[in-house]
Each structure stands twice: as structure tokens, then as C-alpha cells.
Ligand binder design. Structure first.
Ligand SMILES: [Zn+2]
Length: 170
């Protein structure tokens, strides 16, 4: 009934939704046709509030659909959730594109600037223009700012960009 959702996909979605609990929720959704938040909370032993937060985040990204019915006894609304597995792939592609854009912006920034750094952990690198204004003194620890070789950073960013481009078939 449902298209195959692999572990990698689940992990990526969970990363975006921002919790390990999201993986459990998606796994339950994956194995059900339609399920209520109560049932998910019972099956996963995750607090109902947390389950609902995860579900609404997924809903925001159109990864789940929602149907409402009324409980005949209590008159309260019951929410029935359903995974939209065909949306998952598109969602992940979009995420990857977004990450790629960010990486490319960062890479361009690294390539087009010369950086200076005091080599003190916790202090920041500053681009050349700013270092000049600071008369090559670190604004945080006042130690001298030395040229910082960012070729390693560029190399790592390049690799990540290449990898994502490959994955996106660019
Ligand atoms: Zn410093």
C-alpha cells in the first residue's frame, strides 16, 4: 500500500523535524493506514503533546494528511493522521537543494575573503577589511590577528557541494 520508505529517508526527515522521536512517529505512521495521535502515543510511549507537535510539523511540510471526526460519546474531535510517502522524496530533495544553496554561499564567501585569526579557541576569524579596521588586534582577546589559511575549509565545502550535486543529479 505504501511506497517503501528507507531508513536514510526517515533519518533525514527526523533531522529536519528535529528529534529522534520523529523517527518513531514516522515508523508507526508508515505501518498504519490511518492512525490517531492517541494511538501513536500509546505505541511509541512518547508523550501525547510531543507526538502532536511532531505531527503538526510533519503536517506543515505536507508529509502527513489529517482527517477530523467527532467522538460520539465525548463529542471531542479525533484526529486521524496518514503518512504521505510520495511527499517524502520531494521534501528531501528540497532540503538538499536548500543545504546546497547555503553551502555554495558559504563556499563563495570563503573563496572571496582573506581571513585573520588570533588562534584562540572561542574567538572568531575576521575578514581582511575588518582586521585592518581592528589594527590586527582580536576584538575579543586583544591578541594579534594572524593570517588564517582557509584552504582546508574550502576543500571540505567543495567536497560537500560536489556530493550534494551528485545526489541531486546536477
Ligand atoms: Zn582572540
Amino acid at each position: 500500500m505504501l511506497t517503501f520508505v528507507d531508513e536514510e529517508t526517515l533519518r533525514k526527515v527526523a533531522e529536519v523535524v528535529g528529534s529522534e522521536d520523529a523517527i518513531k512517529v514516522i515508523e508507526i505512521l508508515k505501518d498504519s493506514n490511518e492512525i490517531t495521535d492517541d494511538e501513536i502515543a500509546n505505541k511509541t510511549e512518547i508523550r501525547l503533546n510531543t507526538v502532536r507537535k511532531i505531527l503538526y510539523k510533519l503536517y506543515d511540510h505536507s508529509l502527513v494528511s489529517l482527517r477530523r471526526s467527532r467522538d460520539e460519546n465525548t463529542g471531542w474531535f479525533i484526529f486521524h493522521w496518514k503518512l504521505q510517502p510520495d511527499q517524502l522524496e520531494g521534501f528531501i530533495l528540497n532540503q538538499k537543494r536548500r543545504v546546497l544553496e547555503k553551502l555554495q554561499t558559504r563556499l563563495n564567501y570563503e573563496k572571496s575573503h582573506d581571513f585573520y585569526y588570533c588562534h584562540t579557541p572561542g574567538c572568531k576569524r575576521v575578514p581582511f577589511e575588518e582586521a585592518m579596521e581592528l589594527v590586527f588586534r582580536c576584538p575579543t582577546c586583544t591578541k594579534p590577528l594572524m593570517h588564517f589559511d582557509n584552504s582546508k575549509i574550502i576543500e571540505i565545502l567543495n567536497k560537500k557541494v560536489e556530493q550534494l550535486r551528485k545526489e541531486l543529479g546536477e
